[in-house]
Design a protein around this ligand. Structure first.
Ligand SMILES: Nc1ncnc2c1ncn2[C@@H]1O[C@H](COP(=O)(O)OP(=O)(O)OP(=O)(O)O)[C@@H](O)[C@H]1O
Length: 334
């Protein structure tokens, strides 16, 4: 047999549901989720490799039944975080709950907290044909939904009798996804899985995944460092920079909660909110503001100032720049 398995499946922990939590990390969202709707809750999760901190004090909540885009530059800690959620890697500090249950390494799981991870190097058994891969999925998972796996493959015209080694990279990604979906995970983690798909297939796959998530109350978390790939992919965002979450929340709410204000040179913006970025010329100032949640605060626009919304790309890049500046300031102060 050639390669190792792809990220077939799951992991799971046992334990009790815990208290409702309010904690938020980085930049807060507008409301905290009820216990039932939280798929993943991380508290101060950190991971060190030797002297390198890949993740530092990550605290966040991810909603159930949604598509979460995990975004960050190369080396930001995305794969490390996904591996910790999957239970294939231990955190150095902190706690992580999947549907209220602690993630523990090496356990076979219960149905309430099954996590499937599709890693970047998703190798299938090259000598297996696609049907063999499904049989393999059935034999290695306590829960197996053959119909779901088959229907995914049919939707994307993947021939069942073709050996995996003879499939294109994109088709192999589809087989790996079918096997992962067949294990009926409550959380499906996709580590840059769409890289081999062409843009049309990528849009189709993410659309289908959204439908699967909505139907089955499954949470999908997919990582990418390509911001341009993001559009329409996720409805919830977790942005990592240098191992720390710098922005997390519902994409629409985040977009709604930020504005760019441009006007005459000023030290402070004319409206309320947290300044994420300030840029000045001799005559003009531009502020990106995170607005406070109160609706009344939205109305304030001073004479001579214009207020514009941000695109998702702009929102992400602005927060990444702000995070990098804060990082430099921390280092300078140390
Ligand atoms: N096994 C390891 N040993 C030592 N350092 C590691 C190891 N795995 C990851 N790192 C380091 O931890 C940090 C985070 O890596 P990680 O792979 O989680 O980032 P990533 O966001 O997934 O990156 P990419 O987008 O390039 O895949 C990086 O500085 C990386 O070099």
């Amino acid at each position: 047999m050639s390669e190792g398995r792809e990220g077939v499946p799951g992991r799971f922990g046992t334990g009790e549901r815990t208290e409702r939590s309010e904690g938020r990390e980085g930049v807060p969202g507008r409301h905290s989720m009820s216990e039932r709707s939280v798929a993943v809750r991380a508290r101060d999760v950190s991971r060190r490799y030797g002297s390198v901190w890949a993740l530092r004090e990550c605290s966040f909540e991810l909603p159930a039944g949604r598509i979460v885009a995990l975004v960050g530059a190369n080396g930001a800690g995305k794969s490390t975080l996904l591996s910790i959620i999957a239970g294939t890697l231990a955190a150095t500090h902190g706690s992580l709950l999947v549907h209220g249950r602690p993630v523990a390494r090496g356990e076979s799981g219960d149905a309430g907290s099954r996590v499937a991870i599709l890693a970047q190097d998703k190798s299938l058994y090259r000598d297996f044909n696609v049907s063999d891969m499904l049989r393999f999925g059935r034999s290695t998972n306590r829960v197996w939904d053959q119909r779901r796996a088959l229907s995914w493959l049919a939707r994307f015209d993947i021939p069942l009798d073709r050996r995996c080694g003879r499939l294109s990279g994109g088709q192999r990604a589809q087989v790996a996804l079918a096997v992962a979906l067949g294990s009926r995970p409550v959380v499906l983690l996709l580590d840059e899985p769409l890289a081999n798909l062409d843009p049309v297939a990528r849009t189709e796959v993410t659309g289908e995944l959204m439908a699967e998530a909505a139907d089955g109350d499954m949470t999908v978390m997919l990582s990418t460092h390509i911001i341009a790939e993001l559009s329409g992919v996720g409805d919830h965002l977790l942005l990592l920079d240098a191992g720390r979450p710098v922005l997390t929340g519902d994409v629409e709410e985040l977009l709604d909660g930020h504005v760019r204000m441009t006007g005459p040179r000023a030290d402070q913006p004319p409206g309320p909110g947290t300044v994420v970025q300030a840029q000045h010329t001799d005559r003009q100032s531009t502020f990106v503001l995170r607005r406070p949640p109160e609706p009344t605060a939205h109305a304030v626009v001073a004479p001579g100032w214009t207020v514009q919304p941000l695109t998702l790309d702009e929102l992400i890049l602005t927060h990444l720049k702000a995070s990098a500046a804060a990082h430099r300031a921390r280092e300078a102060a140390a």
